[in-house]
Write a protein that binds this ligand. Structure first.
Ligand code: DOR
Ligand code: ZN
Length: 343
């Protein structure tokens, strides 16, 4: 196959940031994606409906003329979140999901949740009104090994929440383990799971063997090879519960290359070429569209995009860095030469 036309993709998990950083990275997403679920972990976080509306306006003002992109807003769940505010933001059509960060799990998660009992009323309301919960699924206990934090979260937090809140729609975000794949497969269609571009490409050796590679450090951290293979099988299976959430998370090189560097891989510019190659390697190009463009809208109850993108078999010309007023941001290096371009 040398050309593939699919319904225009969406990104079901994206960090756009704000200000100068947002202006620099937004066009790379808007170029290839019609919509994205926008993460609320700004400083300060996007907690209320009013804050989400103002953030959406800032995104749309930063969008270059002629580009067509619909930011799907989320609210950052805190132990003080007001269920009525969440309901109003959902019913106005503004907010498409609420994001759960366990406090301390990742970048700007300090306002997240420590005591999960305190969010029960909001979760019950979300189940009632059909508003999905997007979950960063890692425990933060210092005695749990960082490579085990996702699996332990599923047992100790996620499964109890789902059992206690029947009908709650949940997205397990950026899953990184075969444990998460197995758990997702055992549930009904109230559960979806996103998979990033980079977790289909790297395992923990890429980060740590032969010298430390800060640009491959993200959270949840990439795991063993057997987990990467389970993620590839899930993403390329065509199963409706698995869809693309890039977790493209730009940080300046200055903030990545520190004694305590930031977590995040910036994959917005080259996600589609990388995915085409991954799916081709798995003899699954015919299932790329399900992963990038069909399964996500189905989960969120939104229409599939009317537009299309065409991928052609030719080496793309893509930058290794994107310049921002805050400094350069390195684009994720998949470690192989790309062979597909977005036409
Ligand atoms: O690698 C990550 N970066 N994981 C997250 O959960 C947050 C993100 C960020 O905001 O930089
Ligand atoms: Zn994220």
């Amino acid at each position: 196959m040398t050309s593939l036309t699919i319904a225009r993709p969406d990104d079901w998990h994206l960090h756009l940031r704000d200000g100068a950083m947002m202006r620099a990275v937004l066009p790379w997403t808007a170029r290839d994606f019609a919509r994205a679920i926008i993460m609320p972990n700004l400083v300060p976080p996007v907690v209320t409906g009013d804050q989400a509306a103002a953030y959406r306006d800032r995104i749309l003002s930063a969008l270059p003329d002629g580009m067509d992109f619909d930011p799907l807003m989320t609210l950052y769940l805190t132990e003080d979140t007001d269920a009525d505010d969440v309901t109003a933001a959902h019913q106005s059509g503004l907010v498409k999901a609420v994001k759960l960060y366990p406090a301390g799990a990742t970048t700007n998660s300090a306002s997240g949740v420590t005591n999960f009992d305190n969010i029960r009323p909001v979760l019950e309301r979300m189940a009632e009104i059909g508003l999905p919960l997007c979950v960063h699924g890692e425990v933060t206990d210092h005695d749990i090994d960082i490579f085990d934090r996702e699996a332990v979260f599923i047992d100790r937090v996620l499964d109890p929440i789902r059992r206690a809140t029947p009908g709650l729609r949940v997205v397990m975000e950026h899953i990184t383990t075969s444990n998460a794949v197995d758990y997702a497969r055992a549930q009904d269609d109230s559960l979806g799971a996103t998979i990033t571009t980079h977790h289909l490409v790297i395992n923990r050796n890429h980060i740590l063997a032969g010298g430390i590679k800060p640009h491959y450090y993200c959270l949840p951290v990439a795991k063993r090879e057997e987990h990467r293979l389970a993620l590839r099988a899930a993403a390329t299976s065509g199963e409706a519960r698995f869809f693309l959430g890039t977790d493209s998370a730009p940080h300046t090189d200055a903030n990545k290359l520190l004694p305590c560097g930031c977590a995040g891989c910036f994959t917005a510019p080259n996600t589609l070429p990388i995915l085409a190659q991954v799916f081709e390697e798995e003899s699954a190009l015919d299932r790329l569209e399900a992963f990038t463009s069909r399964n996500g809208p189905k989960f969120y109850g939104l229409p599939i995009n009317k537009g299309t993108v065409t991928l052609v078999k030719s080496a793309p010309t893509l930058p290794s860095h994107v310049d921002t007023d805050e400094g350069p941001v390195t684009v994720f290096d998949p470690g192989f030469d790309l062979m597909w371009s977005v036409q």
